[in-house]
Design a protein around this ligand. Structure first.
Ligand code: GLU
Ligand code: ZN
Length: 298
């Protein structure tokens, strides 16, 4: 049993990130599994090494040690290239020359949640006809069929990728690797058997499963957890500074106090009593974790 925590080092961790770390750590360790750390620093504009180092310090401070070497996605370009070539050789990809405006103009209607469904405008285009040097993204052709999986916390999910997202990006126009490709390759090569993460990524799971299945890689089981939300009902983000670990640490909150609140929200403790992650292990049960999002107030 191998699990992982895969943060993007684009800012200081907020309570929502720590909630994810704690739940995946508890889920892994309560089953005697390993818990790996992977730094998802693919976006060159937003990722920073100092945020990654700070994040590691925060995990140690919280009492959430990881197993083995840290994996840095920014160092794995050759590996992603190998798998992209495999998809390219199988004729499953194509270059996309669309601008953001092009995509918005052809966007399929009825999308109310902000997701963009790519209409397949560039399907059939080849590198030769457009010239290899014209900047382009690389997209994966998705089949018009239903992908089914059973999430460990939210149950059976059925998604047709054609309607859900359309042909999705594997490599961006600026050359950066897309999250969807890197996450699948890394989860497979790191031998991850269980993925625990926020339910905002529940919708990415069918895209990832499709890639596991197309590449013939061993897929993990998925357990998504509810999100922490602020008083306005929005999920916590980097802007919610008051729930950021830098502010909480400056306010002299102890790691045990923070862990106590998170454990209370996760249905592990009846009240927010200071605790060490280690001492929560015998109490942790997925059945007690709520499915509705949780208002975080500390
Ligand atoms: N790096 C992603 C994030 O910080 C998480 C990826 C994952 O857990 O699959 O949101
Ligand atoms: Zn296109």
């Amino acid at each position: 049993m191998v699990s992982r925590f895969a943060p993007s080092p684009t800012g200081r961790m907020h309570l929502g990130n720590v909630f994810c770390a704690l739940l995946s750590w508890l889920s892994a360790k309560s089953k005697g599994g390993a818990w790996r750390l992977r730094i998802e620093d693919l976006d060159p504009d937003r990722s920073r090494r100092d945020f990654a180092l700070q994040l590691m310090d925060d995990l140690q401070w919280l009492g959430l040690p990881w197993d083995g070497e840290v994996v840095w996605q920014s160092q794995r370009s050759d590996i992603y290239e190998h798998y992209l070539n495999q998809l390219q050789d199988a004729g499953l990809t194509y270059p996309c020359y669309c601008t953001r405006a092009d995509i918005m103009a052809t966007q399929a209607p009825h999308e109310t949640d902000g997701r963009i469904v790519y209409a397949g405008t560039c399907r059939g285009k080849t590198l030769d006809e457009m010239g290899k040097n014209t900047p382009h993204a690389t997209r994966l052709m998705v089949p018009d069929e239903i992908i089914t999986f059973c999430d460990g916390h939210y149950g059976v999910q059925e998604v047709n990728l054609t309607k859900h997202c359309g042909d999705y990006i594997l490599r961006r126009k600026d050359g950066a690797w897309a999250y969807q490709l890197a996450v699948v390759v890394d989860d497979a090569l790191m031998g991850i058997t269980e993925v625990v993460r926020g339910r905002d990524l529940l919708l990415s799971t069918p895209q990832q499963l499709h890639l596991f299945r197309t590449l013939g890689l061993q897929e993990p089981t998925y357990i998504h957890h509810p999100l922490l939300i602020n008083e306005n009902g929005q999920r916590l983000c980097k802007r919610d500074k008051s729930l950021d670990l830098s502010v909480l640490r400056e306010k002299h909150k102890t790691p045990d106090e923070i862990v106590g609140f998170l454990a209370f929200w996760a249905g592990i403790l009846p009240s927010p009593t200071p605790m060490k992650p280690q001492d929560l292990l015998p109490l942790f049960k997925w059945e007690n974790v709520p499915t509705d999002d949780i208002t975080a107030c500390i």
